[in-house]
Write a protein that binds this ligand. Sequence first.
Ligand SMILES: [Fe+2]
Ligand SMILES: [Fe+2]
Length: 264
Amino acid sequence: MRQRDVQGWHAQVSVAEAQLELAWMGGATERRLRHARPDFDDLPWGSFDATQIDPADPDLIESRQVWTNGVFTEYASAAAFSAMNIAFLECQAPIDLCAAAADFAVDELVHVTLVSRLVMTLGGATPYLVDLAKIAPVRSDLPPRLRAAELAIKISCVGEALSLPALSRSHRGAKHPLARAVLARLRHDEGPHASIGHWFLTWAGPWLTRGDRDHLGMVATEAIALYSQLWRDGDVGYRDYMETAVEERIIRRLARAGISCEAR
Ligand SMILES: [Fe+2]
Ligand SMILES: [Fe+2]
């Protein structure tokens, strides 16, 4: 990702944190990705011309900031599904279920590609410092199956379950056809991403004790509390919308798997 108007930031960063920058290799690896996800960037890229807008326009700068953050969240989702894949392999989960987790990591890398291309179209990234050595979700030292269940809950049953309504809301609010097209493409993958955690719980269910389920309920409650900071103090309409999503997409669905959690 290009940095157009950030001068001298190298001197300011700590040892561990650095500007989020992406590279693209091209050639054989690009061909593999295009084979796996045909037409993934077949979007109206030419419909937005940033040269027609004042670079100091506050709306443009805000869009660049929001979408730069979006690049990072998609990148973190790719790391999350990669960690989930390893956790599934470690507990001998079914092979097709492991393959789905690995495949969803590729979905997220496609999302990284699309969002970063959108950022470049808008005029480039804004400063974004991050320590990528800490990008993978924290691993607990529980037995492998329970550890995988924790990740399934945090990443899929809570995190991805909320990204669909959040993206739908952004999609309705987005005015420009290019932003709408990118959001629509991201939203397209989120249904299965929010389901893989439940697929895992269906498989692991017979082994989960009452105590395991209580622990997983607590994990879900904590994850919901973390996300709810994003809307708790914001616009009332958005808060109601997301609280309904938590109830319908997380709490009720996990209850059907014998896991009770709550929004605090
Ligand atoms: Fe994504
Ligand atoms: Fe996703």
